[in-house]
Design a protein around this ligand. Structure first.
Ligand SMILES: N[C@@H](CCC(=O)N[C@@H](CS)C(=O)NCC(=O)O)C(=O)O
Length: 124
């Protein structure tokens, strides 16, 4: 039963991801100087996510719309490096999650709405 539910969830996630892929996103336009500045400011941000998670798809679309080049980390596979890291560092596996690194300081941000507010505030 658990196996069936997981398969259904993954299948549904893949369909949502496919729809998201074919529906265009209108990107924020910047001059090359502005884009370069934003790229430098987002170099320390990573998105921990699952491919078919609807909250992650929403977050990836928003990142695309804001024209941000943020690295995505697959935290779905059990036993994988990034899943183990988020579990170890935050005590849970919940995605989407932003990892923001400033020198020695690392901030983990959960909740798609909070992530959206943060990125829109800083990079709109
Ligand atoms: N309220 C959260 C919900 C996030 C959520 O439910 N994420 C699920 C994936 S869709 C999750 O992290 N599940 C953990 C797991 O499956 O191990 C948000 O908006 O970000």
């Amino acid at each position: 039963m658990r196996f069936l539910l997981k398969g259904f969830r993954n299948g549904l996630g893949a369909i949502i991801a496919f729809i998201s892929w074919i529906v265009p996103v209108s990107k924020v336009k910047r001059t090359s100087e502005q884009q370069h500045k934003v790229d430098k400011e987002t170099i320390n941000i990573e998105l921990y996510q699952f491919f078919g998670c609807p909250f992650c798809i929403k977050t990836r679309r928003m990142i695309k719309r804001l024209n941000l080049h943020i690295i995505t980390r697959n935290a779905q596979t059990i036993g994988s490096k990034f899943r183990d890291e988020i579990q170890r560092e935050t005590g849970k596996v919940q995605v989407p999650c932003l990892k923001i690194t400033n020198g020695d300081e690392v901030q983990w941000m959960f909740e798609s709405n909070e992530i959206s507010t943060y990125l829109n505030k800083h990079f709109r």
